[in-house]
Design a protein around this ligand. Structure first.
Ligand code: PLP
Length: 407
C-alpha cells in the first residue's frame, strides 16, 4: 500500500501528528495546495461576461470543476451542479427555495432520520416555524441501520419530502438508500427525496441517477478540497421549477426599476461572485482521487482499517462503549465512543496532550444523543493517509487513560 502521508505536507511539517479528526475535515495533498497556487499565479480573474483571455481561462477551470463533479456523481448535466459554501448553507438554500416556490405548505410532512446532523434538521425546523410544516423522525435499528419498516409505516399521504444522510457522522453506519429510494418511489413518485452525502463523500461514489434522489448536498472539504465549497445537486427539471431563495446580480436575467427576472440554470442558484478558487480546489481534489484509481484504493484501505479498529476495540469492550455497529460491513471509518462516568472532553484533551487529534461532544446530532441517553462522546475518524500505527497509538493512549482513571 502506498504511503499516502508523503503526499500531504502537514505530516512532513508536523511529524508527531496523529490526525484522527477526519470526519470534521481532512488534510490537503500537495497536488491540491500547489494546484490552487498555480491557478492563482497564472489563471485567476473574475468569471462570467469576460472579454479578455485571463477571465476566459479562469472560467474554464471553474466549469471543469463542475464537469468532474458531474462525472464523479454520474449526473446527467453539469448545470445540475450548484456551488454553495457549506452543507448548512446548501440545505437552507434548498429548504427556503422549496418554501418560496410553494413546494412545501402548511401541514405537509417532512421525514428525516433520528441520526441526522443538525444541518439536516434545523433548516426543516425553521420551515416548521415559518409555514407550519410537520417533521417526523425515522428510527434506526439496534445496529444503527435505517429502519426501513419504520420508513414504510411513516410514509403517510401527507409526506411530501424525505431527507436522509448517506452515512452517520457519529455511528459511521451507511444507510441503505437504494432501498429507501425504492420504497419512497413505490409509495409516491412525487415525494421529494433529498440526500445528505456530506459524511460519505470521502468513502464511496454515488450514482445519483440510480439512486433517483432529487437533491443532494456534497461536501468539498471532507474530500480534500478547501473549506467553503459545497455542492447542491438537483435534478434539472426540479431546479428549473424552484424560485431561488437568494438572488443578486449574476442570478438575474434583467432588472427594471420595479421588476427583475431570475436567470436560468446553472447560475440561478449561484448569486454574486462565486468561490472560484475553492471550486478549482475541488477540481484538483477529484483529480487527485482519480489519480489513485478513484475509490478502489480508498475502499480497500478502509475495509482493512475498519476491521483493525474493531479488533482493537473488542479488547476494551467492557470498559468503553462504541456508539455504532461492531461489524465492519455497512459502515465507514468513523468511530464514536463513551466511557461511563467520564467526561469525553477530558479524554480528547488527554489525547491532544499525546499529539492525537480527536473530537469530543455531541457532534451536532442532539436528537441521536438524546435517543442514546448520552451527554458527550469522543470520535476518532480515519482517512486514506491513516495507518495501523495511528490506530495503535490511539488505543495505547486510551488504555493508558483508562488505567489512570481506574476504569
Ligand atoms: C452528515 C453531515 N451533514 C452535514 C454536515 C455539516 O457540514 P457543514 O459544517 O460544512 O455545514 C456535516 C459536518 O460534519 C455532516 O457530517
Amino acid at each position: 500500500m502506498k504511503d499516502f502521508k508523503s503526499d500531504f505536507p502537514i505530516f512532513k511539517n508536523n511529524p508527531w501528528l496523529v490526525f484522527l479528526d477526519n470526519a470534521a475535515s481532512v488534510q490537503k495533498p500537495s497536488y491540491v495546495i500547489e494546484g490552487i497556487k498555480h491557478f492563482l499565479e497564472n489563471d485567476y480573474a473574475n468569471i462570467h461576461r469576460w472579454a479578455y483571455n485571463l477571465s476566459e481561462r479562469s472560467e474554464i477551470f471553474f466549469e471543469e470543476s463542475k464537469k468532474i463533479i458531474k462525472e464523479f456523481i454520474l449526473a446527467k448535466y453539469s448545470s445540475e451542479i450548484n456551488f454553495t459554501y457549506n452543507s448548512t448553507y446548501a440545505m437552507n438554500l434548498l429548504t427556503l427555495s422549496l418554501k418560496r416556490s410553494g413546494k412545501l405548505k402548511k401541514w405537509d410532512k417532512v421525514l428525516v432520520s433520528i441520526v441526522e446532523h443538525h444541518a439536516n434538521i434545523v433548516p426543516w425546523l425553521i420551515l416548521k416555524e415559518e409555514i407550519w410544516i410537520e417533521i417526523d423522525y425515522i428510527n434506526v435499528k439496534a445496529d444503527y441501520s435505517l429502519d426501513l419498516n419504520d420508513l414504510k409505516k411513516k410514509l403517510t399521504p401527507d409526506v411530501k419530502l424525505v431527507s436522509l444522510t448517506y452515512a452517520s457522522n457519529v455511528t459511521g453506519q451507511v444507510f441503505d438508500l437504494i432501498w429507501a429510494s425504492k420504497i419512497i418511489r413505490e409509495k409516491n413518485p412525487n415525494i421529494i427525496f433529498v440526500v445528505d452525502w456530506s459524511q460519505a463523500v470521502p468513502n464511496f461514489q454515488v450514482d445519483v441517477v440510480a439512486l433517483d434522489c432529487d437533491f443532494m448536498v456534497i461536501t468539498g472539504h471532507k474530500v480534500m478540497a478547501e473549506t467553503g465549497i459545497w455542492v447542491l445537486y438537483g435534478k434539472k427539471e426540479l431546479l428549473k421549477e424552484l424560485t431561488p431563495w437568494v438572488g443578486w446580480w449574476w442570478a438575474i436575467n434583467w432588472v427594471r426599476k420595479q421588476e427583475y427576472m431570475p436567470s436560468g440554470l446553472p447560475h440561478r442558484f449561484e448569486p454574486g461572485t462565486p468561490n472560484i478558487v475553492w471550486a478549482v480546489s475541488f477540481l484538483r481534489a477529484l483529480e487527485y482521487i482519480r489519480s489513485i484509481w478513484w475509490y478502489d484504493t480508498i475502499v480497500k484501505n478502509e475495509e482493512k482499517l475498519i476491521k483493525y479498529v474493531l479488533e482493537k476495540y473488542s479488547k476494551l469492550e467492557n470498559r468503553v462503549n462504541i456508539i455504532g455497529s461492531k461489524t465492519w460491513e455497512s459502515r465507514i471509518w468513523v468511530f464514536t465512543f463513551e466511557i461511563p462516568g467520564i467526561n469525553s472532553s477530558d479524554v480528547a484533551e488527554y489525547m491532544a496532550e499525546n499529539n492525537i487529534c480527536v473530537r469530543a461532544g455531541q457532534h451536532c446530532t442532539e436528537p441521536l444523543m438524546d435517543m442514546c441517553n448520552l451527554k458527550s462522546t469522543f470520535r476518532m475518524s480515519l482517512y486514506l493517509y491513516n495507518t495501523k500505527e495511528d490506530i495503535d497509538k490511539f488505543f495505547s493512549v486510551l488504555e493508558e487513560y483508562l488505567i489512570k482513571n481506574n476504569k
